[in-house]
Design a protein. Structure first.
Length: 116
């Protein structure tokens, strides 16, 4: 089993910054991709950013140039630096870990609220 614990969410004014962290623990074999997704009320969960073990990165168009994903493989932790936050970034942010072979795990999420 894999456990994912997110932290770093909170309330911030538009234009501000937050840094999310997600630490994985448990049976950490064959880890491939770690990433961040978000879900706003009434909307589907969507990809924000993801990074593979070899540091291949994918961003949603809506966050390119504002968010930066990084990963510390030694600490089994993935980070999301969020700058120039907008009210439309308000959502619950979830960490996802994918293993080689397509199994995956979700964290409980951390709330990010951006006030205008």
């Amino acid at each position: 089993q894999v456990q994912l614990v997110e932290s770093g969410g909170g309330l911030v004014q538009a234009g501000g910054s937050l840094k999310l962290s997600c630490r994985a623990s448990g049976t950490l074999l064959l880890i491939d991709t770690m990433g961040w997704y978000r879900q706003a009320p009434g909307k589907q969960r969507e990809l924000v950013a993801a990074i593979t073990t070899r540091s291949r990165i994918n961003y949603a168009d809506s966050v390119k140039g504002r968010f930066t994903i990084s990963r510390d493989n030694a600490k089994n932790t993935v980070y999301l630096q969020m700058n120039s936050l907008k009210p439309e970034d308000t959502a619950r942010y979830y960490c996802k870990l994918e293993r080689v072979g397509s199994s995956y795990y979700w964290g409980q999420g951390t709330q990010v609220t951006v006030s205008s």
